[in-house]
Design a protein around this ligand. Sequence first.
Ligand SMILES: [Zn+2]
Length: 410
Amino acid sequence: MPEMEKIFETIDGSRDEIIKLQAELTSRVALGPENGGNGEHKKSEYLKEKLETLKPDSIEEIKSPDERAQGGYRPNLVARWEGNTKGPTVWVLSHMDVVPPGDSELWERDPYKLEVDGDRVVGRGVLDDQAGIVSSYLALVAVLQTGQKLERSVGLVFVADEETGSKFGLEYLLENHRTIFHPDDLIIVPDAGNASGTMIEVAEKSMLWLKFTVTGKQCHASTPSRGKNSLYGAAKLILALENLKGAFDRFDKLFSPPSSTFEPTKMEANVPNINTIPGRDVFYLDCRILPQYKVEEIIEFAKERAEEVAQELGLSILVEPVYRQDAINPTSEDAPVVKALIEAIKRVTGIEAKPMGIGGGTVAAFFRKAGLPAAVWMTMPDSAHQPNEYCLISNIMSDAKVLACLYLNA
Ligand SMILES: [Zn+2]
């Protein structure tokens, strides 16, 4: 029986180390080329050094070719420690890249300089996904420091490119190094969760982003009859698309929210001045669709509504899917990784976690597509991608304890 209390104590005493790690990671800006950066290299180098001090049985930097990035590649780190027993490996996969700070006016301070405020640390990336990096690393440090032998083999994976599609990150690993992972392994992705740590994400909705281009005829605002106002078309169509909610109204309690969602989001700028009637409007619809529906049905429905509005107003409307990810087989609610997590969470926090489905977009979808049951879990406030992104030191400690239980099969 491993001495969990000693490990928990070590983790509770690691506040300074958490702050130091977070500060170092935050200062190493890891933005992908699509986000105006040149890759995750600085963060990856730093992490590789940290991992090497823990003497892994194997450590590899897997470079996915990306000519836009520094050195022509994106770095991915895979480290593994052999356990006592030959059973499944516990893998924890976090991502190194961050999203840009966005409007700097909204930040109270430099996004890349860590700020500590009681239990909070603030900075771009501290939560998404440095909280995952730090908790998985810290759990291992605590186990090894207390002289415990790992019961299970443990693997830490720090990937690139999660925020812009994973093509140079997990997708690349699974396409070129699929044998790293085994279907019996316990794969945890600490990259989404809720504030109580009770949400274990096992299923995702299909994701669909639709682009609508409404074309009319631009003219002077004082003579509307000489043109065709595309903004009327966009407005009417946005309202007509609200009918998607009624037409695809199934409920599934596994998911939060329990129904499909269809939301108009981005609207591109049309004319720069007020006295011109626009001849072209472009807007987008973000759809998160329960797996019970086919994505094709949604596209058809949207095209029909667009055609109706186009006919009525004498406009032309083009409907194009610009991103689509069809829901894939969820991880079973009884999968060993789900059970092991529920048990460990209960042991550490005393509360009952449960498997759930969300609106989609986690990197776990790539694992599931490859036939590897993965669970997404972490304890987190709702601050990812926001200005003044923060995470709680107490959440990192608690998650590290849960992961330590999994490493030790305790
Ligand atoms: Zn993330």
